[in-house]
Write a protein that binds this ligand. Structure first.
Ligand code: IDP
Ligand code: MG
Length: 152
């Protein structure tokens, strides 16, 4: 039986304002990945600081926290085989300029501070970030009808 993993993905305020939520979500759906949680919210100061705690000492931290709170975001939990690695490769590099066409940042972004999307960088980060944004009652465990055609 295939082992499914979960990751945390967030479309940042620039992605929402630019009206590309549907384009981004549809890339995950077409890849065969399963959306098991999704909500729109405006991130609080406390949540933003917790989310980006690993960057607290960096010079761009205040602007990062300010930006992530500057409008609504769409938070998601996405499930699939090796999903952390698969989603990071779909997202591209932190700097859009280094992200090849075909990746989300390579297709939709130009500036590092406006790079449209967040995705967990490891299964451990995924677990931590999912629990920051969702409780278990907000996540749906289900099978997609095409799973037998996606996994051997
Ligand atoms: P990631 O989003 O690709 O995982 P991280 O290094 O975890 O990249 O940084 C988190 C976010 O902080 C980035 O997505 C980007 O928005 C922002 N960021 C990272 N480095 C810089 C920088 O040098 N200047 C401005 N913003 C940055
Ligand atoms: Mg990161």
């Amino acid at each position: 039986m295939v082992q499914l993993e979960r990751t945390f993905v967030m479309i940042k305020p620039d992605g929402v304002q630019r009206g590309i939520v549907g384009d981004i979500v549809s890339r995950f759906e077409r890849r065969g990945l399963k959306i098991v949680g999704m909500r729109m919210l405006v991130v609080s100061e406390d949540l933003a600081q917790k989310h980006y705690a690993e960057h607290a000492a960096k010079p761009f931290f205040p602007s990062l926290v300010g930006f992530i709170r500057s409008g609504p975001v769409v938070a998601m939990v996405v499930e699939g085989k090796d999903v952390v690695t698969v989603v990071r490769s779909m997202v591209g590099k932190t700097k859009p300029v280094e992200s090849p066409p075909g990746t989300i940042r390579g297709d939709f972004a130009l500036d590092t501070g406006r790079n449209v999307i967040h995705a967990s960088d490891s299964p451990e980060s995924a677990k931590r970030e999912i629990s920051l944004y969702f409780d278990n009652t907000q996540l749906a465990a289900y099978s997609r009808i095409d799973e037998q055609w996606l996994y051997e």
